[in-house]
Design a protein. Sequence first.
Length: 270
Amino acid sequence: MMQQVLLKFPPDVTANLATTAYLPLVTHLANETSPKARTAVAATLKLLHKQLQPQQNDQLAGFAQQWLFKGAAGGDQQQQLLLLRAAAAHALGLVAEAEGPRFGQRRLNPEFVGRLVQLLDAAAADADAALAASFAAELEGEEQHQPGEDGGPSGLSSGVPRWQEVYHVLLMLEKAASGQQGAAPLAWQQGQQVQQLWRLLVRRLLLHPHLWVRKVAARLLGLGLATAAVTDGLIAAAEGSSAQEAAAAAGVGIVDAGGSSGSGGGKFVP
């Protein structure tokens, strides 16, 4: 019904309705358990953004960013906060779909990307810690395993924490990099924050415990590798890292050789 209102009412009515309707729609996006209903809400939000002027979309996107980077909470409120963050990232992805190339040009500034990197890094650390704890619990269970009992690794029995945040943030970045300009808004030359994003993607998010996160991370990396401004930076960074590792290994070898020759007490023979 909301979509029909947006389609049939004049633009000025839609503009006046936008601010009032936005929070309830994002809240439904966070709390709705039915995939069909979530899809309908997402379609409504996307339609809303397409009908608004850039200034109005800026205001709504500002709300979503505030919810995405909202501070920590305790107890039951923490779970609600995580759901809100995931919904906010989803909502920003819908803005990216509605705005197209303009999203990357106008919104992926260094400050915003830097905050995304912090969020992704913290969420990935939580997922890794949960996975390590799960494996430790399984090993302890195997030590107490009685002969004749059936059992095996079950992974994260309680689910991967914060995967929804990571998934929707990466999905938003994928949509921003899927336009005619490709991943140009995330070019290596854009600065340190963007470089940290690509390093985090390659080193950690491609190995994330959740399958959906790994898939969207791989797709985003594919878009980056199709853009010379990203590929050149990634290759240079990989070569620099390899050179540093080689130099460090050579240094260790020299120290070891010096220690072994000195410990023998004899003369050095070339």
